[in-house]
Design a protein around this ligand. Structure first.
Ligand SMILES: [Zn+2]
Length: 104
């Protein structure tokens, strides 16, 4: 019976929960955990918590390095621009009013 999903107990469901969320289980095992979470009120809060936790992890992992990289690149461009203007012309008081100096 290919569509038969074996019932599993809470202990097994919780053991597989993280792999289930990462979709690292076989299709059969995914189905078993999904079926259990659908029917077990005890495990459902764990599942929801784990999902929220994963989302938060992904958000905190994805954002800061991205922002740091963008900021670093912006800083680099500004520094280069400054050096170039300084090479071509002596620094003037107007340079101090430019946004690049204010942000650095
Ligand atoms: Zn359960």
């Amino acid at each position: 019976m290919p569509n038969e999903v074996r019932p599993i107990d809470c202990r097994i469901a919780m053991q597989r929960l993280w792999d289930f969320l990462d979709e690292e289980l076989t299709e059969d095992r995914m189905a078993e955990v999904r079926r259990h979470l659908d029917t077990c009120e005890q495990c459902l809060p764990h599942h929801e918590f784990a999902q929220r936790f994963l989302k938060a992890m992904q958000a905190s992992r994805a954002e800061p390095p991205h922002l740091v990289a963008v900021r670093r690149r912006a800083l680099c461009v500004k520094r280069q621009k400054c050096r170039m203007t300084h090479l071509s012309s002596p620094p003037s008081s107007s340079d101090l009013d430019s946004p690049s100096y204010l942000e650095l």
